[in-house]
Design a protein around this ligand. Structure first.
Ligand code: C2E
Ligand code: MG
Ligand code: MG
Ligand code: MG
Length: 280
């Protein structure tokens, strides 16, 4: 045992790995500290209903405000947070903060809209997750129907039966459910029908070259058509141009979230983002 541990230790500290490992360890301890010291914040990206041009929801997107590096993107620390288990306290903070903010907007006189929160696979697998969500709603006073949880197709693969049971608990509570990055995973339409879903979010990769790639256009059109037949709302992620938005409108897409209408915004700027685009 000592011998194999020695060999592993040798492997672990190969010179070329050293820097990477050290960087990760540093990042992990800095993230731990940032969570404890309250240096995470949420930006919110508006979601617009195409038919009315109204902002009907926002997605909460976490950022890390580092005194030296500035705003650090979630792509850099969410995977690390998932590997280290830090995603649990981080995710619980996001949930509580998003619910609190939603109630604060309402208190400031904004019309009601949905707040969407991303859940990671680690959170969905947490036996406490239903209680954590229920507590966030109770503490904030946010009506359950104003909270939407975003999960990805791959999160349903590992232990599908358990995942479905959790989704059904959320549904029973009145919380909304969306499949994020739809089309990049492995769910089949027949499987989707069995899930208690409200919304599909068409992945950005299909939307970004919608107007130049006929195959992607066909895929997006088909997703929108099937979702409609299944009674699900469809939102397209990552629309950046008027041409993309026009095509999505033509396909009958319900909502759009993308830079064309708005980047993710600090909470104070959401009041000024209530209406965009031209109603048909
Ligand atoms: P996502 O949930 O798919 O969020 C959409 C991402 O696309 C956001 O990146 C958003 O800023 C970006 N985006 C939106 N519209 C456009 C557009 O028109 N063009 C381009 N190029 N990008 C656009 P962001 O904020 O960097 O977040 C990246 C990912 O990090 C999210 O992808 C989500 O998977 C994860 N994430 C963010 N916040 C959280 C969180 O609180 N918890 C968990 N578990 N994951 C989070
Ligand atoms: Mg998302
Ligand atoms: Mg997405
Ligand atoms: Mg994405």
């Amino acid at each position: 045992a000592a011998k194999s541990a020695g060999r592993n230790a040798y492997c672990f500290f190969k010179p070329e790995m050293n820097a990477r490992v050290a960087e990760r360890v540093t990042l992990e301890s800095r993230l731990r500290k940032a969570i404890a010291e309250g240096r995470l914040l949420l930006h919110y990206q508006p979601q617009y209903e195409l038919a009315s041009g109204r902002m009907v929801g926002v997605e909460a997107l976490v950022r890390w405000q580092d005194p030296i590096e500035g705003l650090i993107s979630p792509a850099r620390f969410i995977p690390l947070a998932e590997e280290t288990g830090l995603i649990k306290p981080l995710g619980e903070w996001v949930l509580n903060e998003a619910c609190r903010q939603a109630v604060a907007w309402q208190g400031a006189g904004l019309p009601p809209f949905i707040v969407a929160v991303n859940l990671s696979a680690v959170q969905l697998a947490d036996p406490e997750i239903v209680a954590i969500v229920r507590q966030a709603l109770a503490d904030s006073g946010l009506p359950a129907a104003r909270l939407e949880l975003e999960i990805t197709e791959s999160m349903l693969l590992a232990d599908a039966e358990r995942a479905i049971a959790v989704l059904e608990d959320f549904r029973a509570m009145g919380v909304k459910l969306a499949i994020d990055d739809f089309g990049t995973g492995y769910s089949s339409f027949s499987y989707l029908k069995r899930l208690p879903l409200d919304k599909l979010k068409v992945d950005q990769s299909f939307v970004s070259d919608l107007t130049v790639d006929a195959n992607n256009a066909a895929i997006v059109e088909a997703i929108i058509a099937v979702a409609g037949k299944l009674g699900l709302r469809v939102i397209a992620e990552g629309a950046e141009t008027a041409e993309q938005v026009e095509m999505l409108r033509r396909f009958g897409c319900d909502e759009v979230q993308g830079y064309y209408f708005s980047r993710p915004l600090p909470p104070a700027e959401i009041a000024g983002a209530q209406q965009r685009g031209t109603p048909d």
